[in-house]
Design a protein around this ligand. Structure first.
Ligand code: FMN
Length: 197
């Protein structure tokens, strides 16, 4: 086994080890709104569920050169955001939104994605996603190099084509995850294991 002291490595070396190890990572495509009303959109793979009662999720937005990214700034000020599930059909357009644009420019304008009003929050959502969660900021944790944003889910939208009797059909959802570098992954072979009693 190789053994690494993360405090003797560069940030880049640690980053490469971490994002290559924790795979596959689900991707949150997040819309948020600036105080000036500009809709911001970007993907984040430091993302997961953190609670189901009440339903909550987390997104961690890294700082860039010590500065908060637009998504973090918007959510900290507006306290609302929408998380969309990334799938094989929308991943190309969503990848395009990860360009670093100035805060007064919307990433949506550089894609074919279209906005729709949300029901419970003032932040619009994107139509091209089969599942989306409207969220209200529950807590923000100011980490040394990131803003960990914990959102309470206040509305869940699901495309009826992938929904049956309370369950999501994963084969129809076709989720896409993030690996290291520029690599993404589709859902692989699915198998089940009985839990021991
Ligand atoms: C698939 C994917 C996953 C990403 N995951 C993250 C992440 O977890 N945290 C992060 O800070 N940036 C992540 N990024 C980079 C951001 O999307 C990128 O910095 C974006 O420009 C931030 O947008 P904003 O400045 O408008 O908030 C990811 C990019 C891609 C393409």
């Amino acid at each position: 086994m190789l053994s690494f002291d993360p405090y003797q490595q560069t940030d880049r070396e640690n980053y490469k080890l971490l994002i290559g190890s924790v795979i596959p990572r689900p991707i949150a495509f997040v819309t948020s709104k600036s105080e000036q009303g500009i809709v911001n959109a970007a993907p984040f793979s430091y993302f997961n569920l953190v609670s189901s009662n009440p339903p909550m999720l987390s997104v961690s937005v890294q700082r860039q050169g010590g500065q908060k990214k637009d998504t973090a700034r918007n959510i900290l000020s507006g306290k609302e955001f929408v998380v969309h599930v990334v799938d094989e059909e929308n991943v190309f357009e969503i990848n395009e939104t990860s360009a670093s644009l100035p805060p007064d420019q919307s990433e949506i304008d550089v894609t074919k994605l279209t906005l729709v009003d949300s029901e419970e929050v003032g932040v619009p959502a994107v139509v091209q996603s089969k599942i989306r969660f409207e969220c209200v900021l529950h807590q923000a944790v100011d980490l040394p190099g990131a803003d960990l944003l914990i959102g309470r889910i206040v509305r869940i939208h699901v495309d009826e084509a992938i929904y049956k009797e309370g369950r999501i059909n994963a084969d129809l959802l076709k989720p896409v995850s993030r690996l290291a570098g520029t690599n993404y992954a589709k859902l692989g072979e699915v198998f089940s294991l009985k839990r021991p009693d």
